[in-house]
Design a binder for this molecule. Structure first.
Ligand SMILES: C[S@@+](CC[C@H](N)C(=O)[O-])C[C@H]1O[C@@H](n2cnc3c(N)ncnc32)[C@H](O)[C@@H]1O
Length: 219
């Protein structure tokens, strides 16, 4: 199935091959074309992989985004190229330094050196009613992170999460980890679509979800 890409994301030719691309300053040595488009490497980006696999991520371009686990900005740089205000949370100082450089040419990208498990520490900065949370934290308790940050999402917003099985339990069967994580997520989200990302990222499950209205409060 082929779904529309968000405005600001196109399929362009690089070295004779059609690849996803956004327009902006290069960040990680990715190929660029003469019109200022830069290739979006799905092998280095879970959101890129979700788009390559044709998942219905619900992005149209221009969204307000909270990105959890921004690292040095590989994926969030592409997000900021096509989205609106993009809040990028990362708790490790070293990659956050790189993220600050990525933000220099992207006035809509706001790096936050914060722990995604503690949303109260950035709730005064991040706006409410965002269209989208992108989550790629690779830490134990990935469902809890998504539930705690649900407060920032509009009622019709989307959670786009990449769940890494080995971050929850190195020994457990990934399928079991994914089932348990989805069960935990259902406390605050309705799961719309899931897909294994193994073609691009081993033992990762991509999840598209929307907030459930009946969840009383964040935990
Ligand atoms: C797989 S990497 C993210 C890669 C990035 N999303 C990309 O595609 O460019 C996971 C990142 O999550 C960060 N992280 C893990 N736990 C976190 C937490 N509780 N709060 C904020 N960042 C966290 C790690 O420091 C790491 O940089």
């Amino acid at each position: 199935m082929s779904l529309d890409l968000p405005t600001g994301v196109e399929r362009r030719r690089f070295d004779g091959r059609g690849r996803l691309a956004t327009r902006g300053d290069p960040v990680y040595g990715e190929p660029q074309d003469a019109d200022g488009w830069r290739a979006w490497d799905a092998g280095r980006s879970k959101l890129g992989a979700m788009l390559e696999l044709g998942m219905d991520v619900g992005l149209v371009g221009g969204e307000g985004v909270l990105y959890l686990g921004a690292a040095s900005g590989t994926t969030v740089s592409h997000v900021a190229d096509f989205a609106g205000p993009t809040y990028a949370v990362e708790f490790a100082p070293r990659p956050t330094r790189d993220l600050l450089s990525v933000a220099e040419s992207r006035p809509n990208l706001f790096p936050l050196l914060k722990d995604a498990r503690e949303p109260r520490t950035y709730a005064h900065v991040v706006e409410a009613d965002l269209d989208c949370i992108v989550q790629d934290v690779a830490t134990r308790g990935q469902a809890r992170v998504a539930l705690r940050n649900r407060q920032f999402l509009a009622s019709d917003g989307r959670l786009l999460a990449a769940i890494k099985a080995r971050s929850e339990d190195v020994l457990d069967d990934p399928e079991t980890v994914f089932e348990n994580t989805l069960e935990a997520l259902r406390e605050g989200y309705e799961i719309l679509e899931t897909q294994r990302l193994d073609r691009f990222h081993d033992d990762h499950l991509a999840v598209v979800a929307e907030p459930r209205s009946e969840m009383a409060a964040e935990r």
